[in-house]
Design a protein around this ligand. Structure first.
Ligand code: GSH
Length: 354
């Protein structure tokens, strides 16, 4: 087939990312190819009638099956699992109880977790005026739902049947948005946290949904040795490491090799356009209290570390400038003291001669 079988219309939101993560898993497992188009929310492209009758992303079109279109994330994940997960790695025998449990957890997430966290995020970040009652209601409900997940995950590795399945993918991207809704950490939910980290460490989970994945890089020899400290591993070099992934930046300007990463660190780092970086910088400078690193990370669909790296870069530039000024002052002081010594020597010589 000339073109790639699956066409995905999406944005890198928690709902959009679910499908990208699963497509990446299918690509890794079976070589399934897909293409994506980022939908422009500001132009309301998601409302155009060829898209989704519900006017939302994501949508897939299966070119290999008569351009069949599927909307609703739960339905998309189930469709892809049914037709493209040939060995059933991410699902179960349709007659089994596990298969029903997958459906239960997916309905639960799509009727509860996603909508509640979505509303919590809206009232925290996008409402035209702050409405404390609404903010509290949706954050409380999101926490209650994370508590439901905790009950399941405190003694289960994955939601169903001890295996990573579409039920996990479906909930994972929303759990990943906890900071966006004002839930600062998952410490309160240790089972959820461990499950989240387990999924986060999978290669496919690094996909942002709307950026090409970085080209393959040979594995770092220090990767499997979490104790090893790379000799070049300093904070400023970590910043440089992130800059490797900024498209359009000439790599020869980034002189250092990438430092080692922790054992389960996400191999794929986000890519952002130069314009996004400028916008992040502008908003940070405008109102750092409102545009915290987490808010900006969700807004631009990059990791928090990436935003921090941009902020750190500014700091390191300031530090470099201060160092340069200190060096100039130091040189001037040295020159002056050299001159003073010479003058004193001349005076002493004159006294000697007279
Ligand atoms: N229940 C839908 C929700 C989809 C949804 O809400 N998508 C959001 C992005 S996360 C969207 O398209 N928002 C744009 C809009 O509301 O116009 C699903 O699971 O696919």
């Amino acid at each position: 087939m000339a073109s790639k079988p699956i066409m995905l219309y999406t944005v890198g939101t928690p709902n959009g990312r679910k499908v990208s993560v699963f497509l990446e898993e299918l690509k890794a497992a079976y070589g399934l190819e897909y293409e994506f188009k980022k939908i422009n929310f500001s132009q309301n492209e998601q409302k155009e009638d060829w898209m989704n009758p519900n006017g939302r992303i994501p949508v897939i079109v299966d070119r290999a099956r008569d351009n069949f279109a599927v909307f609703e994330t739960g339905a998309i994940l189930q469709y892809l699992q049914q037709y493209y997960d040939k060995e059933g790695r991410f699902g179960f025998d349709p007659q089994s109880k596990d298969a029903s449990e997958v459906v239960q957890w997916m309905f639960w997430a799509n009727a509860g977790l996603g909508p509640m966290m979505g509303q919590a995020g809206h009232f925290k970040n996008a409402a035209p005026e702050p409405i404390p009652y609404a903010q509290k209601r949706y954050v409380d409900e999101s926490k209650r739902l994370l508590g439901v997940l905790e009950l399941r995950l405190k003694d289960h590795q994955y939601l169903v049947g001890g295996k990573y399945s579409i039920a996990d993918i479906n909930a994972y991207t929303w759990v990943g948005a906890h900071k966006f809704v004002g839930i600062e950490s998952l410490e309160e939910f240790p089972g959820v946290k461990a499950w989240f980290e387990r999924i986060e460490s999978r290669e496919a989970s690094g996909v942002t949904g709307t950026a090409e994945r970085p080209a393959y890089r040979a594995p770092d020899p220090l990767l499997n040795n979490p104790q090893a400290v790379h000799p070049l591993h300093t904070p400023s070099q970590r910043t440089l490491y992130l800059l490797y992934f900024v498209p359009g930046l000439p790599k020869e300007d980034i002189p250092l090799p990438p430092p080692s990463r922790a054992k389960h660190a996400r191999p794929a780092l986000p890519r952002a356009s130069a314009q996004t970086i400028l916008e992040i910088k502008r908003l940070r400078a405008l109102d750092p209290d409102r545009y915290t690193c987490s808010v900006l990370a969700s807004k631009f669909n990059v990791t928090r570390g990436f935003v921090q790296a941009i902020a750190a870069l500014k700091k390191s530039q300031r530090r470099a400038k201060r160092k340069e000024q200190e060096l100039v002052a130091e040189t001037a002081r040295a020159k002056w003291s050299e001159k003073k010594t010479t003058l004193m020597l001349i005076k002493a010589k004159r006294r000697e001669l007279w």
